[in-house]
Design a protein around this ligand. Structure first.
Ligand SMILES: [Zn+2]
Ligand SMILES: [Zn+2]
Length: 230
């Protein structure tokens, strides 16, 4: 036991039991994504790549994740976002099965020159939280994928959580214009292959908007890799 454990005892983020951020019982409630599907038609697809017939101009070429999103992951991710950052995150990465991570290795076979691009937070949010959780997740994936982390996107608009918005129009307006290309790296985006990284993808509207901005700026391919997919 570490000294810090005495000062701040660990409680399970799922069931509150003392001893670990994710107790063994709750660990069994984490479900790995076991079905590979096309993001657009939801039918089966190898490595969750978008079927050629479903792939339009500004579309995502493939979208995959480690976990399937459920209530427990919702709690864990929320906690990682707002307080327990490093410790809870370390516990989560420790219990991810190597096999689940190995599966995302197909990216290395697709191309050797991908960039990993975390979904950016606005400057204000970074100041509030002190870090971007998508960046932490990107670093975790980078340990396996070995691609450089890019700084192609900036977030210029605060957005509300998409789930809080009722109509399709509100959701569209919420994200429209949220991202811009980082002017410093404008030329590097042209012809690039990018893997966007985010914590959770549910409706996919955030990554869709980010992919559109990157593709309009000349990116050749945009994929998405998330910790969890809903
Ligand atoms: Zn528990
Ligand atoms: Zn499809």
């Amino acid at each position: 036991m570490f000294f810090t454990d005495l000062l701040f005892p660990k409680h399970c983020l799922g069931c509150s039991i003392l001893g670990a951020y994710i107790c063994p019982k709750c660990q069994r409630q984490l479900h790995y994504l076991d079905r590979n599907t096309c993001f657009y038609c939801k039918k089966a697809s190898l490595y969750s790549l978008t079927h050629p017939i479903c792939l339009k101009n500004f579309n995502i070429t493939g979208l995959t994740a480690i976990f399937s999103y459920n209530n427990l992951l919702k709690k864990i991710i929320k906690n990682i976002k707002y307080r327990l950052v490093t410790e809870a995150w370390k516990d989560l990465t420790r219990i991810i099965e190597p096999e689940a991570v190995r599966q995302i290795g197909f990216y290395k076979r697709i191309s050797k020159d991908f960039f990993l691009q975390p979904i950016p937070l606005s400057k204000r949010k970074i100041r509030e939280r002190g870090f971007n959780q998508a960046f932490l997740i990107t670093r975790f994936f980078q340990a396996f994928l070995d691609f450089p982390i890019s700084d192609f996107l900036i977030r210029v608009k605060e957005t509300l959580p998409q789930a809080e918005l009722k109509t399709k129009k509100d959701r569209y307006n919420n994200l429209r214009g949220a991202f811009k290309i980082n002017p410093v790296n404008k030329s590097k985006v042209i012809g690039s292959k990018i893997i966007l990284v985010d914590d959770v993808v549910t409706t996919g509207s955030t990554v869709r908007e980010a992919a559109k901005v990157l593709k309009k700026a000349g990116a050749a391919k945009v994929y998405v890799l998330a910790l969890a997919k809903g």
